[in-house]
Design a protein around this ligand. Structure first.
Ligand SMILES: *Cc1c(COP(=O)(O)O)cnc(C)c1O
Length: 344
């Protein structure tokens, strides 16, 4: 099977397995797992923040970050197309007592300042309003096709937030894809956010884990909330060891981006497929099929029957994600499968 549904299907590399097998371990809830500490220190340094905390998932990383930033009953502005808004079971509302305000995402993942401003009514001191506390940005933006938020935009959001006294959290599940695609150090990508979370378990290729980073005081609070949510793990160095290898080898993501561009260009050459290769900046390709002949569900099923796994991703689109588990020859085979499905 050529697995293009998600970059979460990556399996740990031999180097990761080796690191996991020989990692020094301790009880991380006591702060005594040396491998977790090494990962957290490396992560904090890499994304340019004071401290970092390992969590079991990106969902918990975002949840703990939102809860640490925003008091119960306050409001967080999230992209209408964001993972936090759509794919995290409303956790910050359920567990954190937070009110989500969904702000439209442009096709490139940005939120317009005019739209963000609607979350800050002129008479905000009126006691009937939930107080805005936090703005969340997603970079790269998954449902917008893995787009990289321009640094000029991130600065603009930062200034906007500063003017209103709220914090900025970056859901950087694919932060390293953004860094590699824009040839920008990860710390620079995260610079305009107070806190950032990134997934070790996606394109970086580790089996489990995410990291939240921010100021030392903020991370102390994230650690407390992580424990409350059941995310305090004991000998988590087993996971962290793979995460360290993942971070050290993140340059590899450039191959995924080249493969995604190759896929998009190949798809653009097939009649009936709607795709914009210019919008493919990282490892995600969004496209549409001619549904008057073949529904997208039937298309996905026909591709799967021929050994190509694709995913539906909302608004009538199909998503293909490149990762360490697929090479250039797999992309060429994937294109042959799509051609075959379209012509049979
Ligand atoms: C995958 C993802 C998450 C959640 O990560 P999990 O580890 O799957 O919980 C959060 N945000 C974005 C943008 C993601 O793509």
């Amino acid at each position: 099977m050529i697995e293009l549904r998600s970059d979460t299907f990556t399996l740990p590399t031999p180097d990761m397995i080796k690191a996991m097998a020989s990692a020094p371990l301790g009880d991380d809830v006591y702060g005594e797992d040396p491998t977790v500490r090494a990962l957290e220190e490396l992560a904090a340094r890499t994304v340019g923040k004071e401290a970092a905390c390992l969590t079991p998932s990106g969902t918990m990383a975002n949840l703990a970050a939102l809860m640490a930033h925003a008091p119960r009953g306050s409001k967080v502005l999230v992209g209408a197309e964001s993972d936090i808004h759509l794919y995290e079971a409303g956790g910050a509302s359920v567990c954190g007592g937070l009110v989500y305000e969904a702000v439209p995402n442009q096709s490139d993942g940005r939120m317009l300042l005019d739209d963000l401003a609607k979350g800050f009514p002129d008479d905000a001191d009126d006691p009937q309003f939930a107080r805005p506390a936090l703005i969340c940005v997603e970079n790269t933006h998954n449902r917008c096709g893995g787009r990289v938020l321009p640094s000029s935009h991130l600065r603009e959001v930062r200034d906007f937030a500063d003017a209103r006294g709220v914090a900025v959290h970056m859901d950087g599940a694919r932060l390293f894809n953004a860094a590699v695609a824009s040839a920008t150090p990860p710390a620079e990508v995260a610079r305009h956010a107070d806190s950032v979370q990134f997934c070790l378990s996606k394109g970086l290729g580790a089996p489990i884990g995410s990291v939240v980073a921010g100021t030392a005081g903020f991370i102390d609070e994230v650690r407390r909330i992580r424990k409350m949510l059941g995310g305090g793990m004991r000998q988590a160095g087993v996971i962290a060891a793979a995460g360290i290898v993942a971070l050290e080898t993140h340059d590899r993501l450039a191959d995924d981006h080249a493969n995604a561009a190759h896929l998009a260009e190949g798809l653009a050459g097939l009649s009936g497929i709607e795709v914009d290769p210019a919008a493919v900046e990282t490892n995600i390709v969004m496209f549409r099929v001619p549904e008057e002949r073949l529904t997208r569900q039937a298309f996905i099923a026909a591709a799967a029957a021929r050994g190509l796994a694709l995913a539906e991703l909302g608004h009538g689109r199909i998503r293909a994600v490149t990762h360490a588990g697929v090479g250039r020859e797999d992309i060429d085979r994937a294109l042959a499968v799509v051609r075959d499905v379209l012509t049979s």
